[in-house]
Ligand binder design. Structure first.
Ligand SMILES: Cc1cc2nc3c(=O)[nH]c(=O)nc-3n(C[C@H](O)[C@H](O)[C@H](O)COP(=O)(O)OP(=O)(O)OC[C@H]3O[C@@H](n4cnc5c(N)ncnc54)[C@H](O)[C@@H]3O)c2cc1C
Length: 487
């Protein structure tokens, strides 16, 4: 039995940030990871997808450069190099996270962790590659992967701590569509990242953030893309008008909305539209991107008596679960499926744990309403707070300020006057408080934090109007939108 102050299950953005912050406070931390440090985000999520999208953007610039006086003859995609660059970026960042954790004194323990009653955790070796728990403890000989920084576990080790943080993350959903399971043509997002060549055609099932990012990526690289979405509009988190503008901007992608996939036969996706029309889309690859689920199974959650609500570990605003001494953060809580939300949850849980240890009370809380989102398609989109429709549904009387990106000199210089881009600010009538912002266009993901601050601090339109923005920048569209109506 080894004793720690805090054990953390899972080393994604939530787990590794919590470990780093706690260790910086001289707390003895064990961080248990069955696969790669960095979790989904660093290894098979945010980072690899954005690295690939950047290569696609460079290619698009090379192809479209002539308009700006830059002619690149014979521009082509070297997919092997694109993939190698993505792998280099991921490996470098992973090493850097591992280095920081080690420097802070965190013990990284490789293997499958399970709650084992009270504040104990049992760690068994995991299958290399898949991270699945080895069937029996005696399978130690097979050996879990371990890096130079990691403590290699014996067959089974029992750890004990004052407090536990559960940060087991999430994984892709494979819906029960006939013909999907076991079909080698059907890939999830992780499978897409490992493609050895650019597919001629891809049928994307699910037009959410992940599906649209892959659609944008591969359409920019020359694949023929069809996105099938069951809802009336893509990307449900987006303002519907902005989502429509995004669809129009992704010219090479065919979007089929209000359409349900009924079955998959080999590389054919059978569908039925709301109108009753039936048909099939044939593609070399089928991406299943219908959503992600919280990882709540296989690590003793139910046996320990953790409350599960809406298929996720229930946690309050301080990320406390129903069991004293156990916190849950990140995707596993179902509060959000974003890495930066996991970071914030880690900070809130750490603040609470430090307060408990000091016999004080933490005021920090996780506030989902002001977590921004970003979609890194080409063009990109981002938003925070309420959409116009959500604000109205909540009973607000609103003023909507909308401005095209073409008002920005820099935007026009870099993209042209007809390039897609717009911003929408939703303001409460009377108080002029900013309720939500949606942006579609260059750098949206870089600008949205400023609007997040505005929402966090409950700023009014006046505050935005009085703020000075550097010129010429695309961010000036925010100021222009704020001044676009006489409110
Ligand atoms: C393709 C894709 C693109 C994405 N892009 C973005 C983006 O651009 N921006 C963004 O904010 N978010 C993005 N996300 C979402 C983001 O990756 C997740 O929200 C984030 O990783 C959640 O962090 P987490 O710490 O909760 O869990 P995870 O990152 O899922 O990490 C959980 C870790 O726990 C480990 N684990 C699970 N169970 C056990 C166990 N029993 N024992 C030991 N270890 C265990 C897992 O192996 C994993 O490493 C993307 C996701 C995908 C799939």
């Amino acid at each position: 039995m080894s004793n720690y102050d805090v054990i953390i299950l899972g080393s994604g953005p939530g787990g590794y940030l919590a470990a780093e912050r706690l260790a910086a406070e001289k707390i003895k931390v064990a961080l248990i990871e069955k696969q790669d440090v960095g979790g989904t985000c660093l290894n098979v999520g945010c980072i690899p997808t954005k690295t690939l999208l950047n290569s696609a953007k460079l290619y698009a610039h090379a192809v479209e450069g002539a308009k700006f006086g830059i002619e690149v003859e014979g521009a082509k995609v070297n997919w092997t190099r694109v993939q190698a660059w993505k792998d280099e970026v991921v490996a470098r960042l992973r090493r850097s996270v591992e280095f920081t954790l080690k420097k802070e004194g965190v013990d990284i323990i490789r293997g499958w962790g399970s709650l084992a009653g009270g504040h104990s955790v049992v760690v068994r070796q995991a299958e290399p590659g898949t991270g699945a728990p080895a069937p029996e403890a005696s399978s130690a000989a097979r050996g879990a992967r371990s890096s130079a920084d990691a403590v290699p576990p014996p067959a089974e080790v029992r750890l004990d701590a004052d407090q536990i943080i559960v940060a087991t993350g999430g994984s892709p959903i494979l819906p029960p569509i006939p013909g999907a399971k076991g079909n080698p043509v059907v890939l999830d997002s992780t499978g897409m990242l490992g493609l050895k060549e650019i597919p001629q055609s891809i049928c994307v099932i699910g037009g959410g953030v992940i599906g649209v990012e892959f659609a944008s990526l591969f359409s920019s690289l020359g694949s023929k893309i069809t996105v099938i979405e069951m809802m009336d509009e893509i990307v449900p988190v987006m303002d519907p008008q902005m989502a429509m503008a995004l669809r129009n901007a992704l010219k090479q992608v065919t979007f089929m909305r209000s359409t349900k996939v009924t079955a998959i036969e080999g590389n054919k996706v059978l569908y039925e539209a709301k109108s009753g029309e039936k048909g099939a889309v044939e593609a070399s690859v089928i991406l299943m991107s219908v959503g992600r689920k919280a990882n709540i199974e296989g690590w003793g959650a139910q046996e320990a008596g953790l409350e599960i609500k809406n298929r996720a570990v229930a946690a309050d605003a301080r990320l406390r679960t129903n069991l004293p001494g156990i916190w849950a953060i990140g995707d596993v809580t179902g509060k959000s499926q974003l890495a930066h939300a996991a970071y914030r949850m880690a900070e809130v849980a750490v603040a609470d744990i430090l307060a408990v240890r000091a016999g004080t009370k933490s005021a920090a809380q996780f506030v989902p309403e002001t977590v921004p989102w970003a979609l890194f398609s080409l063009p990109e989109a981002a938003g925070v707070g309420l959409t116009e429709r959500e604000a109205v549904a909540r009973g607000y009387e609103v003023t909507v300020l909308k401005t095209p990106y073409a008002v920005s000199g820099r935007f026009v210089a870099e993209n042209g006057i007809t390039a897609p881009g717009s911003i929408k600010i939703v303001v409460e009538k009377g108080t002029e408080r900013i309720l939500g912002v949606a942006m579609l266009g260059a750098y949206a993901s870089e600008h949205i934090w400023g609007l997040t601050l505005a929402l966090e601090r409950r700023l009014t339109l006046r505050a935005l109007r009085e703020m000075v923005f550097p010129h010429p920048t695309v961010s000036e569209v925010i100021r222009e939108a704020a001044w676009s109506a006489n409110v």
